[in-house]
Design a protein around this ligand. Structure first.
Ligand SMILES: Cc1ncc(COP(=O)(O)O)c(C=O)c1O
Length: 448
């Protein structure tokens, strides 16, 4: 462990950080940075530590948005595999010529993905592309046009996946029309749902309401169920606020989908790859989806890669969908090693889960502004509210907590309207986890 504790000697943004931010603003196109609350300019990373351009050392509770699950700069086993593969083959048109590297990764993903049936894998470079492939596979294989997705969902920003996304208006403003035929329905959010059901106390009631909404209000009024290609969901909503649905929701959703021959598309781009303590978050919920999308941490934080795993019976005709870098040899080798390393880290995630659950639940007891705490494994959300009864979002406090934490050496990211996501690299140990949680508590105290 190269560092024991965070060390912030120059309040961020320091002089070098300010200079980079200024140049960035001049030359780098619109992204999602918020220099007011998160003026973090990262120069390098080591394990669970991020070092900024002014020499400050931060403990990372972001995993680079769940992409660097194996820590920084790259897990040594993944780095070694990449170095060796670089001497052999990086790219050789994996879509037009065959290579053993993509075959090995596809075999591995097919073997570990839930579902006792034959599977195939489509390779691409990002999350949004893996979702685009899922859309095309669903349409091609079923001949149906409609999709059902959930309010609060994030599935990407290209025009197909954007049509499924429904977490913030800024993603959609000025871009309409996107792909037609997508209908959004409420996600079974136990804390905040249209029926004001306390989904922690009454999970079955919440699940029934959502299923009834889809089947009665949507399907028996305006969307013919026999024309729905797929229902697309996140097993735990990510960008929408790290929301965990009731345990039996997906079992009921599976039954509904089966009644009408509808496919289930499980977007694991953010929650997959061990983040929740299982390789695929849907494994907590006891169903096998027809299609699974992966990206982010699939490449071990070293190489960008996306994948769409699907029932082999859904395959499209040759040439129907492709991309230049799909099946990139180097990316596939990195991903295969990343999957193997992640499998070894699952016990660490399971071991640390109670620490996060207990400590964050304590925050909820102690601080009025903490309205809800939810999560699985090392994927936790903490939502800030102005008033526990009205549940009015407290964006100001959330943003202040982000900055107060950063000043104290803890990197965090927001999500949802007024939540913070807590997603340390899966390689974190108990002591570092405790240090991070202590800083988070100090930041909350300093913000209220
Ligand atoms: C669940 C989910 N799906 C898809 C995406 C899009 O991934 P990418 O940014 O790699 O296109 C994201 C990104 O945050 C995501 O969280």
């Amino acid at each position: 462990m190269p560092y024991e504790r965070p060390s912030v000697r120059i309040t961020p943004p320091g002089p070098r950080a300010k200079e980079v931010i200024e140049r960035h603003r001049k030359f780098v196109a619109t992204t999602t940075h918020d220099p007011e609350f998160l003026p973090l300019v990262i120069e390098r990373g080591e394990g669970v530590w991020l070092i900024d351009v002014d020499g400050n050392v931060y403990l990372d509770f972001t995993s680079a948005i769940a992409a660097s699950n194996l820590g920084y700069p790259t897990h040594p086993e993944v780095a070694k595999a990449v170095e060796e593969q670089l001497k052999v083959l990086a790219h050789a048109a994996g879509t037009d010529f065959f290579n053993p590297y993509q075959v090995a990764l596809a075999e591995k993903l097919a073997s570990i993905a839930p579902g006792d049936f034959g599977k195939k894998v489509f390779f691409c470079n990002s999350g949004t592309e893996s979702v685009e492939a899922a859309i095309k596979i669903s349409r091609f294989s079923t001949g149906r046009k409609y999709f059902i997705a959930f309010i609060g969902a994030f599935h990407g920003r290209t025009m197909g996946s954007l049509s499924l996304t429904a977490s913030k208006p800024v993603h959609k403003r000025r871009f309409f029309p996107t792909m037609p035929g997508v209908v959004h329905v409420p996600y079974p959010n136990p804390y905040r749902n249209p029926w004001n059901i306390d989904g922690y106390e009454h999970p079955d009631e919440l699940v029934n309401r959502v299923i009834e909404y889809i089947e009665y209000w949507v399907m028996s009024h305006f969307v013919p169920p026999e024309e729905v290609a797929a229902i697309v969901f996140e097993p735990m909503q990510g960008e929408g606020g790290y929301v965990v649905p009731p345990k039996n929701f997906f079992i009921e959703l599976r039954k509904l989908a089966n009644r009408y021959g509808i496919l289930l598309v499980d977007d694991e781009v953010q929650m997959g790859m061990g983040r929740t303590g299982k390789m695929f978050a849907i494994e907590h919920f006891g169903i096998a989806p027809d299609i699974i999308t992966l990206a982010k941490s699939l490449g071990g934080g070293a190489i960008p890669i996306g994948a769409t795993i699907f029932r082999e019976s859904l395959d499209m005709e040759s040439g129907a969908h492709s991309n230049t870098f799909g099946g990139h040899a180097l990316a596939c080798v990195a991903a295969l090693k990343a999957v193997e390393v992640t499998e070894k880290l699952l016990p660490n995630v399971a071991k640390l889960e109670p620490l996060f659950r207990e400590r964050l639940s304590e925050f909820k007891e102690k601080y009025e502004c903490v309205g809800d705490v939810r999560g699985l494994g090392l994927a936790w959300g903490i939502e800030f509210v102005k008033d526990r009864k009205t549940k009015e979002h407290d964006v100001k406090t959330r943003n202040r907590v982000l900055y107060e934490a950063l000043k104290r050496g803890l990197a965090l990211l927001g999500c949802g309207k007024s939540a913070i996501r807590i997603i340390p690299p899966l390689v974190i140990d108990e002591e570092r986890a405790k240090i991070g949680l202590d800083i988070l508590e100090e930041a909350i105290k300093a913000s209220i």
